[in-house]
Design a protein around this ligand. Structure first.
Ligand SMILES: [Zn+2]
Length: 416
């Protein structure tokens, strides 16, 4: 099963926006831009909301049927480990094997030794087409990379083979993810990680590295876009070379996690994709839920009341909500509006603070990030929240579609 060149991870916390999300892909297709939808939801999200992986499959199938979508589409078991994968096996055809936690754990000494022997031929200078300067690879580099990453790749192999025990190899897409870790992988590390993936027999079609800078949830990139571009370019060059050198799938591409709303690096991503004629998987995660809130706040008085309640309770449960997302949010508590201030806002004020429009003076990224992790509050509201989503589906849907299409698909994948 091949993942198309351009694909997009579309998370949907409450499972009600599948059609509105797919509508964005349909609009893109009409413009000549083919983007495959990948509905993703992690074990973390399922446990916070109380949903099951099968719910995502049902949502995806229903959206595809409703819009008569004929292109490929996927359901992603997002960030799974051996401990959490079982419920995802039957209903997923995309698996994001998360081995970030295994980085730095030692592989058996004999395996490190074997890895070293397999790769000593690379000692010296390594020319990679598309990279400005060749790498220098020393024996110490290979040893160090094996010590740091080999166990993690072996862990990915264990998860991959576990999936194979349950479904045929050609019926799913495999991603190896190493993004939720502290330090970015260098291009040389990437090269040898990819070799280890090939040795392990994992037909990875996407790899999610950690890039430098901050990829906070729902807000723009924090870091130096020029440095990001250099890294992104190097990674893509390394991938192209590794595909040829190690016999990895020719569909292998980068996966950018927490990729939604990173407006300041989209021009760089687009440039590099064109220079290399490369693809990318862009994961947008929880941004759809924020569009739901905007749509609700603008829909009517009750929608606005519920949106304000969610904020008030999110503020009251700040620590609990933020803890699972500590590495991917940066909220300055002093910049959060008080409950009293927000209770005086009208619909447009609430929407303006939340909407990701960096040019709007009322946009508040701290407010937005807190609400991003505040979906647990809406989940606890249960039917009160879900019934509003259903009642205002027509008001909310266009926000969801427009956000994916205009703010994400066009700047990253657009043709002009
Ligand atoms: Zn991720």
């Amino acid at each position: 099963m091949k993942l198309p060149k351009y694909s997009m991870g579309i998370g949907d916390r409450f499972g009600c926006q599948g059609v509105a999300q797919l509508q964005a892909m349909r609009q893109a297709k009409a413009d000549g831009i083919e983007v495959a939808p990948v509905w993703n939801k992690s074990f973390r999200e399922h446990s916070i909301i109380g949903t099951r992986p099968q719910d995502v499959r049902n949502e995806a199938d229903a959206a595809v049927a409703a819009l008569k979508w004929e292109g490929p589409y996927f359901v992603d078991a997002d960030h799974v480990h051996l401990k959490t994968i079982d419920d995802f096996l039957k209903c997923s055809n995309f698996f994001t094997l998360d081995v970030a936690e295994a980085i730095g754990r030692p592989a058996p000494a004999q395996d490190i030794e074997t890895f070293f022997r397999q790769h000593e031929g690379f000692i010296g200078t390594l020319e990679i087409p598309g990279l400005e300067a060749p790498f220098t690879v020393t024996a110490e580099d290979i040893q160090r990379i094996a010590e740091k990453f080999l166990f993690a790749v072996q862990e990915a192999g264990r998860i991959y083979r576990y999936i194979l025990d349950h479904k045929p190899a050609d019926t799913f897409v495999t991603e190896v993810s190493m993004d939720e870790t502290d330090t970015p992988q260098s291009p040389a590390e990437m090269f040898f990680i990819l070799s280890a993936i090939a040795v392990e027999g994992i037909p990875a079609q996407t790899i999610a590295p950690r890039f430098s800078g901050r990829f906070n949830k729902g807000v723009d990139y924090v870091g130096d876009p020029a440095q990001f571009e250099a890294e992104f370019r190097a990674d893509i060059a390394v991938i192209a070379h590794a595909v040829n050198t190690f016999g990895l799938p020719n569909t292998l591409k980068l996966s950018v996690h927490s990729g939604s709303d990173k407006f300041s690096i989209y021009p760089a991503i687009r440039r590099v994709l064109r220079d290399f004629n490369a693809g990318v998987h862009l994961k947008t995660a929880g941004t759809t839920w924020l569009e739901e809130l905007i749509g609700l706040a603008l829909a009517d008085a009750e929608g606005l009341t519920v949106a304000k309640d969610i904020y008030a309770q999110s503020l009251a449960h700040f620590d609990e909500l933020c803890a699972p997302y500590a590495t991917v949010i940066d909220i300055d508590k002093t910049r959060l509006p008080s409950v009293q201030t927000v209770s005086g806002w009208n619909s447009e004020q609430f929407a303006a603070a939340l909407r990701h429009d960096p040019t709007c003076k009322d946009y508040n990224p701290h407010f937005r990030q807190l609400l991003h992790v505040g979906y647990k509050i809406a989940a606890q509201m249960g039917p009160r929240y879900i019934s509003l989503l259903k009642r205002f589906a027509d008001r909310i849907g266009p926000h969801v579609t427009d956000n994916i299409y205009r703010r994400h698909i066009v700047p990253v994948f657009g043709t002009d």
